[in-house]
Design a protein around this ligand. Structure first.
Ligand SMILES: Nc1ncnc2c1ncn2[C@@H]1O[C@H](COP(=O)(O)OP(=O)(O)OP(=O)(O)O)[C@@H](O)[C@H]1O
Ligand SMILES: [Mg+2]
Length: 277
């Protein structure tokens, strides 16, 4: 049984915008899935269905095989942690500490455990010194990290991150990448994320869904999707710079193996120059 599944999910907003059209999606356990697509493709709308923020206009959302109901929604939100694209939709407590504690405290955990989870989550996002700060007065990137900390403090089985690195500085991006990687590799969890940062997709995703205009237009592994540059440009996306460079060299008969991540590309160039990898 899949931890998240949607079947022919459709969502029409009140203004008659068909934001999702027959979306059938599966998230297996212990994997990192990227959902990519241009502005307005429907990524955030889809994410809001994963933990019952929105209700399907038609079709189904199944969490561990069960539809989301009034009775199980608390349990669903404990299982599926959703970090919104806009942190202002999520942060509302007077201090950072209280905000991050809100989820775990609401789950009925004892004070000691809540305290521990708050410290650990703030450490992961690099905000240990921000406990008493007012979230409202934080910078955009700092707010984003508070929002992420608030969700990871609940220790969900699936983390759904809507543009997790948007607005973060380069070190913040590296910290989030490391965290997402560890979350799936060390703890066997599932992460679903959307991003416009195509190199982040290359570094992190194991599986990619490409969305456009409320539908999936392609799905596959990084190698499968990135070997179709025309597909990507047709939906306003692009290849990351490294595979783009390698493609251009290969087109001039310079024999460099294809690589999508920094590590793969580095090895490919070292090999091409006859150096030990
Ligand atoms: N609350 C709403 N009411 C009406 N229409 C909406 C609402 N939220 C989103 N939409 C519309 O639904 C479509 C999908 O929006 P959505 O936010 O899911 O896209 P997205 O893929 O997340 O885009 P982005 O990359 O800009 O975050 C868009 O056409 C958008 O204008
Ligand atoms: Mg969005």
């Amino acid at each position: 049984m899949h931890i998240i599944e949607t079947r022919d999910l459709c969502h029409t907003y009140k203004n008659n915008i068909d934001a999702l059209k027959n979306i059938s999606f599966i998230a297996p356990r212990n994997t990192r899935i990227a959902i990519i697509g241009p502005n307005g493709a429907g990524k955030s709308t889809l994410f809001k269905h994963f933990n019952g923020v929105l209700k399907p206009t038609s079709g189904k959302v199944l969490i561990r095989g069960e539809p989301i109901t009034k009775e199980n929604i608390r349990e669903v939100r404990r299982t599926i942690g959703l970090v919104f694209q806009n942190p202002d939709d999520q942060i509302f407590s007077p201090t950072v500490e209280q905000d991050v504690a809100f989820g775990p405290a609401n789950m009925g955990l004892d004070d000691e455990t809540v305290k521990h989870r708050v410290s650990e989550s703030l450490r992961i996002v690099g905000l240990s010194d921000y406990r008493t700060r007012v979230p409202h007065h934080l910078s955009g990137g700092e707010k984003k990290r508070v929002a992420i900390a608030g969700i990871i403090a609940m220790e969900p089985q699936v983390l759904v991150l809507d543009e997790p690195t948007a607005g973060l500085d380069p070190q913040g991006v590296r910290e989030i990448i490391r965290f997402i990687h560890d979350f799936t590799v060390k703890y066997g969890m599932t992460v679903i994320f959307s991003t416009h940062d195509i190199s982040l997709v290359a570094e992190l995703a194991e599986y990619i869904y490409v969305m456009n205009n409320g539908s999936f237009v392609a799905k596959g592994t990084v190698a499968e999707i990135f070997s179709q540059p025309n597909l990507l440009t047709s939906v306003r996306l692009d290849l990351p710079v490294l595979p783009k460079l390698i493609s251009s060299l290969r087109a001039r008969d310079i024999p460099v193996e294809m690589g999508y991540t920094f590590q793969e590309a580095e090895s490919a160039f070292l090999k091409a120059f006859g150096k030990d990898v």
